[in-house]
Design a protein around this ligand. Structure first.
Ligand code: IMP
Ligand code: MG
Length: 173
């Protein structure tokens, strides 16, 4: 297995995080914000972005994992869910990457059923061309081509999540 060329450097990542955080800080001024990190993938992005958001917030997590039974049907398993009451809060879901959209769509529906004041999504990466379920994404770091990437929380077989940059990744043949 080989790690390809850096796809996004630590500097590029940090400046995009700042930009997203500024936008979020403006939009949630005076609102009760609950930032929800979708684990495991978003752990690094989440901890970076909440440190740059300048409005008061509470935070929680959802631990989810998806697996494909076939090319088209995805199953999503939830291992930990939000424990805070969302009925008086503006929920912002924070994710690392949206690919087919199946995982996030499932999570979105689940949170919406609990009646938050509002619900928005912030994802660092968006693999737009792979989308199977249309979901509104209010804050997007980078739209990327259909290429497998690792680092900055993203894994291959649970590895490489700790890299402070994002690399393209190919299995050695
Ligand atoms: P979706 O349900 O197809 O949108 O899947 C999203 C999940 O797939 C992400 O949270 C990642 O765990 C994983 N994923 C999709 N593309 C990549 C990638 O390029 N690198 C690492 N994980 C990925
Ligand atoms: Mg993953």
């Amino acid at each position: 297995m080989i790690i390809g060329k850096p796809f996004l450097t630590t500097r590029e990542i940090q400046s995009k995080v700042k930009e997203l955080a500024q936008q979020i800080s403006r939009d949630y001024e005076g609102k009760k914000l609950l930032a929800v990190g979708i684990l495991k993938g978003s752990f690094m992005f989440f901890s970076d972005i909440v440190r740059s958001i300048e409005v008061p917030l509470t935070l929680d997590f959802i631990i989810a994992s998806s697996y494909l039974k076939s090319e088209t049907s995805g199953e999503v398993k939830i291992y930990y869910d939000i424990r805070e009451d969302v009925s008086d809060k503006h929920v912002l879901l924070i994710d690392d990457i949206v690919d087919t959209g199946i995982t996030l769509n499932h999570i979105r529906e689940r949170v919406l059923a609990r009646g938050p004041v509002s619900l928005r999504v912030c994802t660092f990466l968006d693999k737009k061309e792979r989308r199977e379920v249309d979901i509104p994404l209010e804050y997007v770091g980078y739209v990327i081509p259909n290429e497998f990437v690792v680092g900055y929380g993203l894994d291959y077989d649970n590895k490489y999540r700790n890299l402070p940059y994002i690399s393209s990744f190919r299995k050695k043949t």
